[in-house]
Design a protein around this ligand. Sequence first.
Ligand code: ZN
Length: 253
Amino acid sequence: MRGIQKGRPPRNVSPDGQNRRSWEQAEAEFSGSLQSAIDRAPHARATFNALDKHKLREVLYQEQGGLCVYCESRVKEGHPPPRIDHWLPLTARPDLALHWPNLYLSCAATHHCDSRKGDTPLRADSADPDLPWPVQKAYEVCIGFTSLGEIYVRTDAPLDDAQRRALILTLGTVHDDTTKDNGILNLNHPALIAARRAALDGEKRRLERDFAGRATTPEARAERANHLKEQPRLPEFVSIRIRWLDKTLGKAK
Ligand SMILES: [Zn+2]
């Protein structure tokens, strides 16, 4: 999970064969219609579902470098297609159903990420605010990884108490054999831990090959980390790769 910079929303959100409408036009029409809607959430859902999702996803792929906003696995068109997640759930905030900073692309995995999150708000207590959008928060400085591929909230993360509690609950804690599933997103699912570790091993092999027995330099590691971050199509699990290159992985317990 990383901070995301969003650009222009889609210029046409109408299904093929219908009159072109920009995202801004659709949002303005929706805001007007929401005032008079009796059931706001179903109205918001129906309005959102009438948009051409393929056109929405095209822009979201670019904004997110082709990675799931949560687990950073590769997302691409297929069956089922990646899910468009309302960060603040549509049921709780129908007014934000067509608010571009509230929309992110998630993988369609059934055991973690948006399929699992559903309508759950990202907070630990109902009195707390939801976790800020990735356009507002650089989550990559808040989140750490162990050399085994586990994910956790760093003690030096710039978060207030409510945000820290919410992020811990959101990611899920490192499991043992009795707690394989936990957290709103379940990002310590065994399959994800294994996939992150494989990404890490690939990164290690690459650097070993490039340096062929010589010690790597901090400059070479920093150069590789910058190169990864700047790819329009980011490598899967980019955050753990960068933590390893920066030598800021946490210790496995
Ligand atoms: Zn995911």
